[in-house]
Design a protein around this ligand. Structure first.
Ligand SMILES: Cc1cc2nc3c(=O)[nH]c(=O)nc-3n(C[C@H](O)[C@H](O)[C@H](O)COP(=O)(O)O)c2cc1C
Length: 222
């Protein structure tokens, strides 16, 4: 069984999103899966270019993006995976630019332009979506961030049949708050939260990864 994690943060090593995805993959591995972590910012690719090759009546394959760039082999591996976990920081109340580009290329070819707009992805697979954000839980709630997360979660669930959401708020933004403009933040509180709460967030990510695999195993027993 193969679980892939897709990191949509430009920070590839050991920052919030990458760390949570690594934990999710550790969870998946502990439940018996093979794992792979892909960093979108190490690849050169574009979003959907509206060529409609995936909707052409004479297309060779269903649910396949025909754009040829460095995302193509990743999308091909996703077609064979049993679960995928996409992680992204929130940038201006949205996924990062590369995450959006990736999601367009991943989901649009699976959307059939029929009256019911059903997904034509060949299988049902488990997916997870992890958001990290600088805002506190209270601000995120007050500003209605849930609606943003739910929109993408719905697209993933409609495309693949299942999508779990994990949100991680009030993240540490830089290693040393003394070196950057930080008036907006209570730096002591940020560091305390990173020390005390972030490990619990990592545990939730681990459990998400393990749960996706265990659900697949359970489904295959039925
Ligand atoms: C360009 C940019 C835009 C951001 N916009 C938001 C935002 O709209 N809301 C928010 O809560 N945090 C925002 N943040 C903070 C990041 O979402 C947060 O620090 C995230 O955890 C970073 O993930 P990383 O450590 O994996 O790179 C922004 C950060 C950057 C660099």
């Amino acid at each position: 069984m193969k679980v892939m994690a897709i990191n949509g943060s430009p920070r590839m090593a050991k920052w919030n999103t990458a760390t949570l995805l690594e934990k999710a993959l550790e969870g998946a591995k502990s439940a018996g899966a093979d794992t792979e972590l892909v960093h979108l910012y190490s690849l050169r690719f574009s979003g959907c270019i509206s060529c409609f090759g995936c909707k052409a009546l004479n297309r060779k394959q269903d649910a396949v993006c025909i754009v040829r760039d460095e995302l193509e082999p990743v999308l091909a591996r996703i077609r064979r995976a049993d679960a995928i976990i996409v992680g992204t920081p929130l940038y201006f109340l949205c996924e990062t630019a590369s995450t959006r580009a990736f999601l367009e290329r991943l989901c649009f070819p699976c959307l059939k332009y029929s009256k019911d707009m059903l997904s034509i992805f060949p299988r049902k697979i488990k997916t997870g979506l992890i958001y990290t954000m600088g805002a506190s839980c209270e601000s995120a709630k007050k500003l209605g961030f849930d609606r943003i997360f739910e929109t993408t979660r719905n697209t993933m669930a409609r495309t693949f049949g299942h999508c779990e959401l994990l949100t991680v708020a009030d993240t540490l933004q830089y290693p040393d708050y003394g070196k950057y403009e930080s008036e907006l933040f209570d730096k002591e509180a940020k560091i305390k939260r990173h020390r005390e709460i972030f490990p619990k967030d990592c545990q939730r990510a681990f459990e998400l990864g393990a749960r996706l695999v265990n659900t697949i195993l359970l489904d295959s027993d039925l």
